[in-house]
Design a protein around this ligand. Structure first.
Ligand SMILES: [Zn+2]
Ligand SMILES: [Zn+2]
Length: 219
């Protein structure tokens, strides 16, 4: 694959993982909001049942059905901030998939990830920017580390620095290794060993390269 396609694949899997974490956070947020709403509903039910002092001295109460409603129905809870944030991210991905005329899938990130090998490298470069931006926003929001695992001791064949990162979130056939974003390919004369040496693309090695094939499975 072209390095732009490898970057898009890396970005798609990183975002897939970040969105899973976001979905977990959304579920937790919804549970908290439901619990809160239950407390509020119970309190207002108590309020409704409070004896009403009156001149007759007779105790009254509000809607007698109120207690039964609290016991049997989940209070209606509107989406919280994280849920709205997740929905916006999904809308962006759906818009991207639509703009690329990809077939509809249950989740647009699947369509985008699957389409990468068939997309032109220049399209993949743009797609990577969109996916990385969405990924960064989610990780900032949830205080997650960036995707990838440091590869201590391994040197970049271009810059010789030990700052390589393994991206192994998806299946093995999608794994990549990257150098720092500032380590750019110099084209045909570059000693990087990428299958396709593309001028000015940040170095990325695909699943067939020795840097990636030698990664331990549990990396
Ligand atoms: Zn490098
Ligand atoms: Zn290179």
């Amino acid at each position: 694959m072209h390095p732009h396609q490898l970057h898009a694949t890396r970005a798609a899997w990183s975002l897939t993982h970040a969105r899973r974490r976001l979905n977990d956070a959304v579920a937790q947020e919804a549970a908290e909001r439901r619990a809160e709403a239950r407390v509020v509903a119970a309190a207002s039910s108590l309020q409704a049942w409070r004896p009403i002092p009156g001149p007759s001295g007779r105790g009254g109460h509000g809607d007698p059905a109120g207690r039964a409603v609290v016991d049997t129905l989940e209070p209606d809870v509107r989406d919280g901030r994280l849920a709205r944030f997740a929905a916006t991210t999904t809308q962006t991905l759906a818009w991207l998939a639509d703009a690329l005329r990809l077939p509809a899938t249950s989740d647009p990130i699947h369509a985008l990830g699957d389409a990468v090998p068939a997309l032109r490298p220049t399209t993949c470069r743009e797609l990577t920017l969109w996916l990385d931006e969405a990924d960064t926003r989610i990780r900032d929001r949830l205080h997650l580390d960036p995707d990838g695992t440091d590869l201590p001791g391994r040197r970049c064949p271009r810059c010789a620095r030990r700052q390589l990162t393994a991206h192994t979130t998806g299946p093995r056939s999608t794994w990549t290794v990257t150098c720092a974003p500032t380590c750019l390919c110099i084209g045909d004369d570059c000693p990087c060993g990428m299958d396709i040496r593309a001028l000015d693309v940040p170095h990325v090695w695909g699943p067939d390269h020795q840097l990636t094939t030698t990664l331990p499975t549990a990396a």
